[in-house]
Design a protein around this ligand. Structure first.
Ligand code: ADP
Ligand code: XUL
Length: 587
């Protein structure tokens, strides 16, 4: 490795990854510690312990992973003294409970007297495990928190999300109620992100503001912890021997959007792995937040992750919260937010139709997408008056149990004419599933985008009011708010037929790209480190979006299709029908 370089960590559920990039953003090193395989003594399954609804991870496993991943860098011959800045990403929502002694222990970490685990594991933590985002055990606490502020809508307005099992506030409330001794012994509570930053800096580092939005405790518009929510947790304490919740959380978070440094690397890492003692550490953020930092995403751009489930991430300057999705403060762009919409039914539902179609087409090759793709791309399949939703699993948006519904509708009004058991043939289902999945994303994304009046040709009554979830907007709102760019990632983004059709329905005005970077969270961490570091030494601050735009090579992204107004306009006619179909499921 030549000149300076930057490290990006990704502490996820199953592994700790660390990526090194040089000043040209080329990856020059990569090491991973897989928890189940490399640290079998913890006996975790996919990185976690399951006990009924309770899912948690051993904190000591993460301590060992940090030592191991850095040792692997050194063993691979990398000179860590060239690292000028570090940042990273972590699984969201998890929380780590530290004792009063932890502060001194962190500040006195020393090489030569043992590993991080030896020096911290037995005395620095009030709880040996951290609740994991897969935990489902806080239903009671979610209800109490929503009731205390006046319901899910108000909770979403304050904190960017309604109360969720995995969010940190309900998890802390459960510990207050069920493990009062442990709670009182917890002098400091960190998220996984500032656990990692604190470890590397050898001192407690406050929360990072963007990741703090995953707690159901932070008032996003006021930019401070919500007093009524913090008070509710305080009121649940059985005895108040320890410090206040706000003090445990290390006060208000470090402001996102600015390149504020968390500190320099602790002497422990300097002595043990050869880091330079000036090496800067910038606040770690959540994994989804780091993902949007890995691509040149700007205001009104969307990222669609076509994995097992479908996740839509988008950058917006509109604070339009809803109980159906999440809003977080953007980690690097001031006055912007990241929207996150999670669907359960993504690839699995498409695979079911693919398999049924392959049976009919006598295609015996397991998992072959050929017939499915032909149908999805076929403009001669006449499905303009067809609409269907395919939810083999209960869905999050809209919130309905598992169902499959096919309807025919009146093209000019969107009125549903008939529920049918089947369409002409299964090729219609292939085309309809991709279209309706994309249309569902489109109508949820629209209210979060900036309105930009443009041409549309649809003859349908444009002042018709359309209802999706908690939103009721005139139809025009869905025409005027379009993404600028769409980026497709995840397993099914390999499939051009799916991505092209998705792109047409979503209607990005500029272009649609796909990216095949398997390390997006760690890459986002590297870019955050690099941008933050360069900002500190430059007199003219560069906005993070511009920084990425300037540095991104066009070859890193594959252009799938340019914005196509005509193709997009065709789907305007299906919006009213989708709204009616979804509402018929709620009754
Ligand atoms: P995860 O979400 O679990 O991280 P991936 O992002 O790897 O997983 O996505 C896995 C999904 O990608 C699979 O369920 C599969 O259906 C889908 N997939 C993979 N290749 C293709 C393809 N060529 N066409 C359509 N879907 C695909
Ligand atoms: C997001 C969430 C997951 C974790 C995975 O809300 O719970 O994406 O961040 O690590």
């Amino acid at each position: 490795m030549g000149g300076v370089f930057y490290l990006g960590f990704d502490l996820s559920t199953q592994q700790l990854k660390c990526l090194a990039i040089d000043e040209h953003r080329c990856v020059v090193g990569e090491q991973t510690v897989e928890f189940d395989k490399d640290l079998p003594q913890y006996e975790t399954e996919k990185g976690v312990y399951h006990n009924g609804d309770v899912v948690d991870s051993p904190v000591a496993q993460w301590l060992e992973a940090f030592d191991l991943v850095l040792q692997r860098f050194v063993d691979a011959g990398h000179d860590l003294s060239k690292v000028v800045a570090i940042s990273g990403s972590c699984q969201q929502h998890g929380s780590v409970y530290w004792t009063e002694e932890a502060c001194e222990l962190l500040e006195n970490l020393q090489n030569g007297i043992g590993s991080l685990k030896d020096q911290l594991a037995s005395t620095a933590f009030a709880r040996p495990t951290a609740p994991n985002w897969q935990d489902h055990s806080t239903g009671k606490q979610c209800q109490e928190m929503e009731d205390s502020v006046g319901g899910p809508q108000e909770m979403a307005r304050i904190t960017g999300s309604r109360a969720h099992f995995r969010f940190t506030g309900p998890q802390i409330l459960k510990i207050i109620q069920e493990e009062p001794d442990i709670y009182e012994r917890s002098h400091v509570i960190t998220l996984v992100s500032n656990f990692a930053t604190s470890l590397l800096c050898g001192k407690f580092v406050p929360l990072e503001e963007a990741d703090a939005c995953g707690m159901n405790l932070y008032d996003i518009q006021e930019k401070k912890f919500s007093e009524p929510l913090v008070q509710l947790l305080e009121n649940n304490r059985q005895y108040k021997v320890g410090n206040s919740l706000l003090s445990k959380l290390l006060g208000e978070p470090m402001s996102a959007g600015s390149p504020l440094r968390a500190g320099v690397i602790s002497q422990y890492f300097v002595d043990k792995y050869g880091f330079n003692s000036n090496c800067s550490v910038f606040p770690f953020t959540g994994d989804n937040l780091a993902t949007i930092c890995s691509l040149p995403l700007r205001n009104n751009d969307v990222l669609i992750s076509l994995g097992t489930s479908t996740t839509v991430l988008l950058v917006t300057d509109q604070y339009h919260p809803s109980p159906n999705y999440h809003l977080f403060i953007h980690p690097t762009i001031p006055d912007h937010y990241m929207g996150m919409i999670c669907y359960c039914n993504g690839s699995l539902a498409r695979e079911q139709i693919r398999d049924q179609l392959n049976v009919v087409c006598h295609d015996k090759k397991l998992g072959n997408w050929l017939s499915f793709n032909e149908a999805v791309s076929d403009d001669n399949i006449a499905n303009d008056n067809e609409l269907a939703i395919y939810f083999p699993l209960g869905e999050i948006v809209p919130s309905v149990p598992a169902t499959c519904q096919r309807v025919l509708f009146e093209n000019d009004t969107g009125e549903i004419l008939q529920v049918v058991d089947n369409f002409n043939d299964l090729r219609h289902d292939a085309k309809n599933i991709v279209e309706s999945q994309a249309l569902s994303c489109r109508v949820r994304v629209s209210p979060l985008l900036t309105p930009r009046p443009g041409a549309f040709y649809t003859s349908i009554q444009i002042n018709t009011m359309v209802k999706f979830d908690y939103d009721e907007l005139p139809l025009t709102a869905y025409f005027e708010r379009r993404p600028a760019h769409a980026y497709f990632v995840g397993g099914a983004s390999k499939n051009l037929a799916i991505v092209k059709r998705f792109s047409q329905v979503l209607g990005a005005t500029e272009s649609n790209f796909r990216s095949e970077n398997p390390n997006s969270c760690a890459v986002g961490g590297c870019y955050k480190a690099m941008w933050s570091y360069l900002q500190q030494s430059e007199s003219q601050p560069t906005n993070f979006g511009m920084f990425l735009k300037e540095r991104f090579q066009p070859t890193e992204l594959q252009l799938v299709i340019k914005g196509d107004d005509k193709a997009w306009d065709k789907y305007n006619r299906k919006i009213v029908a989708l709204s009616r179909l979804e509402q018929s499921l709620q009754h």
